[in-house]
Design a protein around this ligand. Structure first.
Ligand code: PMV
Length: 330
C-alpha cells in the first residue's frame, strides 16, 4: 500500500482564471500549457491502517494547509478504492513552493498518481486528470507532457473538464527560463484571487468572452510550430489576465519591480536582438521566458544580471506525471 510518483509543474500560455464551480474546481474557460522537466515534485504515499489521521511532510516539515487539501483529494481516491485507511505523505519540491511556480500543479498530479498506484486502482489518465483538477485546477494538465490543452467542459459533475495532450515535448522542443524574483509565498492564493476577480473586475466578462478565440489561436500556433504567433498570443493572454487581476477590488498585483524589468528585457531581446523568446507570468512575481533551446543560455544570462532577480532556473519541456521506483522516494 505504498508508492512514489513524480510530476512536473506546467506553465499556462493560455491561462485559466475563473471558476464555474469552486467545489469541483471547474474552470470557466479552457487553457493551454507546457509541462516542464527540470522542476519536480516527488511524493511517496503509504496507506497505514494504524493511522488515525493523514500525515504530510512537505520538504521535511509538517504543513497543515497542504495536508487539508491533500486529504480532501485523497478522499476521492479512497472512495473509489472502498477504503478509509489514512496515509503518510512525504513530498518534496526542488523549487520554491506557492510562489507562482505551479507547485500545486505538480503536487496534486504527483499525489493522485502515487495514491492510484498505492491503492491498486489503475485509473486511466483522463480520470487521474479529473481527480487532480479537484485538488488544483492547473494540476489536471500536469498528468501529460509537452503541450497540453484543458477543456472548460460543460457538465456539472466535471467529467469533461479534463486535460489532454496536444503535442509531445520532442515534437517541438522549446525551453523555459524562470527568473525567480521572490521566494515569498503569494499574499492571495489563486482560488481566492479568481473569485475576487469574477465578482469585482469590470474586465472579467471580456476575459471570459475572448478565451475560446485565444485558445483556438494558440492551438493552431502549436500545431503549426509557429513561434511568432504563439509568442504574440501568449503575451497578450498573460497581460489580459493580469489586467483582470489588477482591476479586481481590492486589486491583485502579483508583480514586483523586477517582474516588470524581466518582461521589458525579454521584449527587447526579441524585438532588438532577434531572439525567439516571449514571457508569461502567473499568480506570483516570477517571470517565465519561453524560448528556443539555443537562445536559452543568452536569455538566462540577460535575466540573471537584472537587479532583483535572485535565481534563474532553466528547463526543457518534459513528460507527464509518472510512478517512480521506491528507491527514488523523497
Ligand atoms: O490551479 P491553480 O488554482 O493554481 O490556478 C492556476 C492559475 C494560473 O497559474 C494563474 C493560470 C493557469 O492556468 O495556470
Amino acid at each position: 500500500m505504498a508508492a512514489t510518483a513524480q510530476a512536473q509543474p506546467n506553465i499556462a500560455l493560455v491561462k485559466y482564471w475563473g471558476k464555474r464551480d469552486t467545489r469541483l474546481n471547474l474552470p470557466v474557460t479552457g487553457s493551454l500549457s507546457i509541462t516542464l522537466d527540470a522542476l519536480w515534485t516527488r511524493t511517496r504515499i503509504e496507506f497505514d491502517a494504524s493511522l488515525r489521521h493523514d500525515e504530510l511532510r512537505l520538504n521535511g516539515k509538517e504543513d497543515p494547509a497542504t495536508l487539508a487539501r491533500a486529504s480532501a483529494c485523497l478522499d476521492l481516491l479512497r472512495r473509489r478504492a472502498g477504503t478509509t485507511q489514512r496515509a503518510r505523505i512525504d513530498t518534496r519540491n526542488n523549487f520554491p513552493t506557492a510562489a507562482g511556480l505551479a507547485s500545486s500543479a505538480s503536487g496534486f498530479a504527483a499525489l493522485v498518481v502515487a495514491a492510484d498506484a498505492a491503492l491498486g486502482l489503475t485509473l486511466d489518465r483522463r480520470t487521474l486528470s479529473m481527480l487532480a483538477r479537484q485538488g488544483s485546477g492547473s494540476a489536471a494538465r500536469s498528468l501529460f507532457g509537452g503541450f497540453v490543452s484543458m477543456a472548460a467542459g460543460q457538465r456539472d459533475d466535471g467529467a469533461d473538464a479534463v486535460a489532454q495532450p496536444l503535442l509531445g515535448a520532442a515534437a517541438w522542443p522549446l525551453a523555459v527560463v524562470v527568473a525567480v524574483t521572490s521566494d515569498r509565498r503569494k499574499h492571495v492564493g489563486s482560488g481566492a484571487g479568481m473569485e475576487r476577480s469574477r465578482r469585482t473586475s469590470p474586465f472579467y466578462p471580456a476575459w471570459v468572452d475572448s478565451a475560446a478565440a485565444d485558445l483556438a489561436a494558440a492551438q493552431r500556433a502549436v500545431q503549426a510550430r509557429d513561434f511568432a504567433a504563439l509568442a504574440e498570443l501568449s503575451e497578450h493572454n498573460c497581460l489580459k489576465m493580469h489586467a483582470v487581476m489588477q482591476s479586481s477590488r481590492p486589486p491583485l498585483l502579483y508583480w514586483n519591480g523586477a517582474t516588470v524589468d524581466c518582461m521589458q528585457r525579454i521584449r527587447a531581446l526579441r524585438e532588438d536582438a532577434g531572439e525567439q523568446v516571449f514571457f508569461t507570468v502567473d499568480a506570483g512575481a516570477q517571470v517565465k521566458a519561453v524560448c528556443t533551446p539555443d537562445a536559452a543560455p543568452r536569455v538566462a544570462a540577460a535575466l540573471a544580471e537584472l537587479p532583483g532577480v535572485a535565481q534563474v532556473l532553466s528547463s526543457r519541456l518534459g513528460e507527464g506525471a509518472r510512478r517512480l521506483d521506491d528507491s527514488e522516494a523523497p
